[in-house]
Ligand binder design. Structure first.
Ligand SMILES: Cc1cc2nc3c(=O)[nH]c(=O)nc-3n(C[C@H](O)[C@H](O)[C@H](O)COP(=O)(O)OP(=O)(O)OC[C@H]3O[C@@H](n4cnc5c(N)ncnc54)[C@H](O)[C@@H]3O)c2cc1C
Length: 373
């Protein structure tokens, strides 16, 4: 028979993707009993289909608070990766040597430079370093850049990590810190009564005075049950992976990077197709063609896999961190850049979720900006 304590926690996080797991991992520093209820293989899981950038350049144009939040996380990532490695032995393959966005024409280059200047202006005292590189300078970093590449922007803040190893490390770390993980536990209903949330799953009901809904694209339906409206538009992205080849990409670009093992990962399609996760041969061909334009060395490298996954996207593309007014103790969050923001989620949200003031850094990232509560 299950002990009643096995079903109770100080706080329950719903959703074991990178967002929910990173939050749950961080919560172990703030609460003795943290539980993570996760669905299973049939769920939409952006974390298992993403590109693995820890990326700053181009985040938060017109929304400097988001750039700041992204940089908070990026600045914490090196320590976060080291902490996970020391605790679990899992190497996230985090790299933080900077990143490039390639420009294929002078117009793209000028637009990019204007964007970098806006970032610099918005960064104020914090500063924002970047360089615009024309092809000859770019080739000093990546000699294989093709003749059709006009140039690139470079910032030192960008990098990447293996998202699957990161997820594994966070889960193992959570376990070691005493977190309680329940896979195959899709939450189907949430009731709030007498200050306690009761979360119904097919394995029974779980209880806690606090709940965080971080179920990716499934967040809105659950959040509504605790009085939160989370506007969300899934967006499909397709990714290709090549055979392993000798290292040639010293730095990741916004839509192409070489893994530690040697594969090239490429793709950044943005498709508005609802919840359809099928791949599209037209999109795949375009991704491959652009990759070969950027790096002709890839022309004869076989693609071994392609997949599609759904981004968890708010209407303005920025994260949402919400606290319920009608059901105190209930929170919901969605975000597109769950890899990039993992270090901030693990380090900066736990106090708030356990009752402290909301961090100033996320004050403008609530759902109120969409005129919903
Ligand atoms: C193609 C693509 C490329 C991307 N590239 C990058 C990148 O380079 N860098 C970056 O930072 N981000 C990137 N992202 C975004 C990143 O993947 C997401 O922000 C992140 O994975 C979202 O994590 P999540 O935990 O919110 O959602 P998910 O990973 O979708 O996880 C949701 C979890 O909730 C669980 N769940 C769902 N319903 C329930 C329920 N009812 N009860 C219990 N559990 C439930 C599921 O089982 C799942 O484990 C990319 C995304 C895509 C699609």
């Amino acid at each position: 028979m299950t002990d009643i304590r096995d079903r109770q926690a100080d706080i329950i996080v719903v959703g074991g993707g990178l967002v929910g797991s990173a939050i749950a991992y961080g919560l172990t520093r703030h609460a003795p009993r943290v539980m993570l209820l996760d669905e299973g293989d049939r769920a939409f899981r952006a974390t298992r289909g993403n590109f693995g950038l820890v990326w700053v350049q181009s985040k938060g144009d017109g929304a400097p608070h988001y750039t700041h939040w992204t940089r908070n996380s990026q600045e914490r990532w090196t320590d976060f990766a080291a902490e996970l490695k020391a605790r679990t032995g899992v190497d996230t393959h985090h790299e933080n040597d900077g990143g490039l966005t390639l420009c294929l024409s002078e117009a793209e280059f000028l637009d990019r430079r204007a964007l970098m200047e806006r970032h610099r202006r918005d960064a104020g005292n914090r500063g924002f370093e970047y360089k615009m590189l024309r092809l000859p300078e770019l080739r000093e970093l990546v000699p294989e850049a093709g003749d059709s590449v006009y140039g690139a922007s470079f910032t030192p803040y960008d990098g990447c990590a293996n998202p699957l190893f990161t997820l594994r490390a966070v889960h193992e770390g959570f376990d070691q810190l005493g977190g309680i993980y329940r896979p195959d536990h899709a939450v189907v209903a949430i009731e709030h009564k007498d200050g306690i949330f009761r979360l119904e799953t097919r394995h029974g009901t779980y209880e806690a005075p606090r709940v965080v809904i971080a179920a990716g694209n499934m967040t809105p339906g659950l959040a509504r049950q605790v009085g939160l409206e989370i506007p969300l538009n899934p967006q499909r992205g397709e990714i290709l992976v090549t055979e392993r080849i000798a290292p040639f990409m010293r730095l990741p670009t916004q839509n192409m990077r070489q893994t530690v093992e040697g594969s090239i990962i490429m793709g950044d399609s943005k498709e508005d197709v609802g919840f359809d996760t099928a791949t599209d041969t037209g999109v795949i061909s375009d991704i491959a063609a652009r990759a070969v334009t950027a790096f002709p060395i890839l022309r004869d490298v076989p693609v071994v896999r392609a997949w599609a996954a759904l981004r968890v996207l708010s209407p303005d593309g920025l994260p949402i961190y919400a606290e319920s007014q009608t059901c105190p103790g209930a929170f919901a969050t969605i975000c597109h850049s769950g890899v990039t923001l993992a270090a901030a989620h693990a380090n900066e949200l736990g106090g708030w979720l356990m009752g402290a003031d909301r961090p100033e850094a996320i004050a403008k990232l609530g759902p109120e900006r969409f005129h919903v509560s």
